[in-house]
Design a protein around this ligand. Structure first.
Ligand code: PMP
Length: 359
């Protein structure tokens, strides 16, 4: 068996060690004679799996007891609605920063539940940068300030945490766990799992406990953070297997040296790839240097006519899923935690060879 290098934006590569462990535990979890998928979520075995995963995530990110950690379904897209439903009233205003397609979706959804003030947007530069905070037009009494620290499609990432009087809400789907984070600066963090956490099907929410009290009575039970917090994310049947696999990824991250080690590795991977793209004369990335994503690296070739052969040859060389998002075209290499440095090296070698042959 040989595993390819997978540059998919999500569902993304998982650590091989994690997949091996899951495979070895698949038929018979710890001598219990059944798989994790077949366990009651109320069983002692499963509750231990769930609680250990939560504790490991708390350890990795240094999350204090002031925060609830939830494992929900519905993906990050459901959070686009749950955030305003829980945190703002009809007459309230929430501030949003628009840096690309994912923030735009969050903004569109929030407008259904209250007033939205788009305090800054980088649309004028075609979303190739993050607007500097001193240009933001924040409201005086915002219910919260929402931003997207990493735009997965545009490959645009904040190199700062915004200052905010209102609780700060962040869609960390494509950058959580890529480096250390000061969680105490946030009111609420959410992240779909299928990039840096585990398989699709679970969405992690980290929410400051005082904010659990904000939701009005009209919010449906399953969409209320407080209900999930009070029930250990087991008000209904949680996505048990995805939660278990997320737990294996958290253990793997700890074994790698935690988020400081991931930061060093991810910085190196990104610097190598951008460094080559910029020097190549054949590939290019339009994002302002200080706003470039460490996780998602979009690039275009010197001519669109090379796109198809590039993808075909890359695939044949075991470099998978490099096609850019359908809305922007070109290429995108997603280099999350589980994508090893050797994958980036192999990609650069392939890109060099391709450019030489077609440049
Ligand atoms: N936000 C960001 C930043 C994303 O990258 C994605 C998925 N690519 C989403 C939200 C939507 O996530 P989901 O598919 O889990 O709803």
């Amino acid at each position: 068996m040989s595993r390819a290098y997978n540059f998919c934006a999500g569902p993304a590569a998982l650590p091989e060690d994690v997949l091996r462990q899951a495979a070895s535990e698949m038929l018979d979890y710890h001598g219990r004679g059944l798989s994790v998928m077949e366990m009651s979520h109320r069983s002692d075995d499963y509750v231990a799996i769930a609680e250990t995963a939560e504790q490991d995530l708390r350890d990795l990110l240094g999350i204090s007891d002031d925060y609830a950690v939830l494992f929900l379904q519905g993906g990050a897209s459901q959070q686009f609605a749950m955030v305003p439903m829980n945190l703002m009233g009809r007459d309230d205003v929430a501030d949003y920063i628009n840096t690309g397609q994912w923030s735009a979706k969050a903004i569109k959804e929030a407008k259904q539940f209250g007033k939205v003030n788009v305090a800054a947007s980088s649309e004028a530069t075609n979303f190739t940068t993050v607007p500097p905070q001193d240009t933001w037009q924040l409201s005086d009494n915002a219910a919260y300030l929402h931003y997207t620290p990493n735009e997965t499609i545009g490959g645009v990432e904040y190199d700062f945490i915004p200052e905010s009087r209102a609780p700060l809400v962040a869609d960390l789907s494509s950058t959580i766990l890529s480096r250390p984070l000061d969680v105490s600066k946030f009111g609420l963090i959410y992240a779909g799992a299928q990039k840096n956490i585990g398989p699709a099907g679970v969405c992690v929410v980290i929410v400051r406990k005082d904010l659990l009290e904000r939701a009005g009575d009209q919010v449906p039970t399953m969409l209320r953070y407080k209900v999930h917090a009070e029930n250990g994310s087991m008000y209904n049947t949680p996505p048990t297997y995805a939660w278990y696999l997320a737990g294996l990824v958290f253990k793997w991250l700890k074994a790698q040296g935690g988020l400081t080690a991931m930061e060093q590795l991810n910085r190196r991977k990104a610097e190598k790839l951008y460094g080559y793209i910029d020097a190549s004369g054949f590939y290019s990335n339009p994002v302002e240097k200080h706003s470039r994503s460490w996780m998602n690296v979009p690039f275009v070739l010197a001519d669109e006519q090379f796109d198809k052969p590039f993808l075909k040859e890359a695939d044949a060389a075991g470099l998978l899923n490099l096609k850019g998002h359908r809305s922007v075209g070109g290429m995108r290499a997603s280099i999350y935690n589980a994508v090893p440095e050797a994958a980036v090296d192999a990609l650069i070698d392939f890109m060099k060879d391709f450019a030489q042959r077609h440049g």
